[in-house]
Structure formats: C-alpha cells, structure tokens
Design a protein around this ligand. Structure first.
Ligand code: PAF
Length: 281
C-alpha cells in the first residue's frame, strides 16, 4: 500500500493505473476509520481493481463554532486499517495542499441544501461539495462510495456529479450500526457513558417512525410530532430536526407512498448526531 501526500504524485500514480486499464474505486473519508468506512472499502474492493482512500479532515465543511480542531484523528491507526483491508493507495494531503494560498473556488449546490443539515450548518455542503469535487478531479475514479448515514451528503454529491457531467458512478452504502442500533460514527467517541446510552433513542425513533409510516393511518405532521415527543423523552438530548421528506428530492412528500427518508439530528452535550432510514419507493 502506498501513502501519498501531494496532488502531483497522486496524479502520476493515477495515470499509471489508468494506462494499465484498471478501474479505480474511491472512498473519501475524514479518517478515524470505523466499520462504516470499512464497509465502503469492502464494496470498492469488490467492484474495482484499484482502491484509493483519502484521509483529510476538511476545514471548509466545519462552521466556526464546530469541532474541526478537536475532530478525532489517528493517522497511524487509519493506515493500518487501510493496509489490512487491502487498500492500494491512501491520499493524506495537508490543508495547504488542498487549499493553497489564493484558493478561491467553492461549489454551491442549491435547493437540496436548504433543508436538514444544510439549514442547520450553513456552509457545510459548500465545503463538502468543494472538497469532493477536488478529490474526484484528482483521483479520477470510475466509482466513488459514500455512506448512507450522511444521506443528504449522498444526495448532494449525486446531484453535483450529474449537474457537472462528471463520468463517475456514485454508490451509496448502507448504514453500519452498533449492536444496540446506534449508527457508527467517528463522533460517537465524544459520548460519555450516560450520553452513549441516551443516543440509542435515535435508532429507536427511526424504528417507531418506520412503523407509523407503514401503518399508513396518521398524517406526516402527526407522525413527526409523535417522533419529536418520543425523542424528547431523553431530556439529555436537544433535538435539531425530525423530518420526513421525499428521499430523492428532499422536498416535503405529498403522500406516504413516496420513497421517504426519516432524518434525525440531535445534540447530546456538545456532540451532534444524525441518523436516517429510507422507507418505500
Ligand atoms: O463524509 C465525510 O467523511 C466527509 O464529508 C467527506 C465526504 C470525506 C468530505 O470531506
């Protein structure tokens, strides 16, 4: 396995691989790898001949009051995991490599970023879309893999790739959960024992929501209200949003028969957690 830090070196490597006619699978990450990331790497290995992982905590997708500085980092451990999982190349650029002096270009994906995390974290998807577009231009993968846990991110990236005519398949991979249902996330590390216990309410709420939708008795506003009340039973938790939207457009659905996403975000202490599930379609 190779570790490369510069864009010029990675471009050379990618050119060699392409010249050999190999397909490239790409898994962008912010490191502190867990089972969720490993499932993306596994998918990439299954469908591509050469797998590139990027590890880069992207400053432009964090708000000024967010956790950029303290975001968990452990490059040595991440590199071991990548090696174990058969990754061919790990790209670990420094911030000044990705955003050199004079850097001025950012991508704005409209409308679908006005809701959910886009509404609560202004500028977040501008940073995500920008860094992902840069990575896609640098790595030139045939396929790129994203977790469905960041569901809005997946929709935003699919939109961007389609709108900008990038010839890359974007594959969403299922959420990987702990035994008690909590979605795997690098941020789970921040939770103390009591917070960790309370965090299971997210998955619990999704399951309740899924049942209410499948029962097809209550209206969407009623279901949302009921889910908010359910989440509020854990007083340690501060609800950020509870939404039920059309899973493709992220617009309010007209009926329960559409493909829907139930999306939740909550703060437990200083830790912001998100989760979702897809129903129907
Ligand atoms: O999902 C993430 O870890 C990040 O948002 C991504 C896609 C690597 C961009 O920084």
């Amino acid at each position: 396995m190779k570790e490369i830090k510069t864009i010029s070196a990675i471009k050379e490597e990618v050119k060699e691989i392409k010249d050999k006619g190999k397909t490239i699978g790409f898994v962008p990450t912010m490191g502190f790898l867990h089972e969720g990331h490993r499932s993306l790497i596994k998918k990439a290995k299954e469908s591509c001949e050469y797998v590139v992982v990027s590890i880069f905590v992207n400053p432009t997708q964090f708000g000024p009051q967010e956790d950029y500085e303290i975001y968990p980092r452990d490059l040595d451990r991440d590199l071991k995991i990548c090696e174990e999982d058969g990754v061919d190349l790990v790209f670990t650029p420094l911030v000044k490599e990705m955003y050199p002096k004079g850097y001025n270009t950012f991508l704005n994906i409209e409308k679908i970023t006005d809701v959910l995390c886009g509404a609560k974290r202004p500028g977040h998807f501008r940073g995500v879309a920008t860094v992902v577009a840069k990575f896609l231009n640098i790595v030139k993968p045939n396929v790129a893999f994203f977790g469905e846990k960041d569901y809005q991110q997946l929709i935003v990236i699919k939109r961007m790739v389609e709108d900008l005519n990038m010839d890359i398949d974007i594959i969403g991979c299922p959420i990987i959960r702990e035994d008690d249902g909590l979605a795997k996330s690098s941020r789970n590390k921040y939770l103390d024992e009591e917070q960790r216990k309370a965090a299971t309410i997210l998955y619990d709420t999704l399951q309740k929501g899924e049942k209410l939708i499948r029962d097809n008795i209550y209206s969407i506003p009623d279901i949302k209200e009921s889910l908010k009340k359910h989440m509020a039973t854990k007083s340690i938790l501060e609800i950020d949003y509870v939404e039920i939207l059309n899973a493709n457009t992220l617009e309010p659905p007209k009926s329960l028969d559409e493909k829907l996403v139930i999306a939740l975000a909550a703060k437990i202490g200083e830790t912001r957690l998100i989760d979702n599930c897809i129903i129907g379609g």
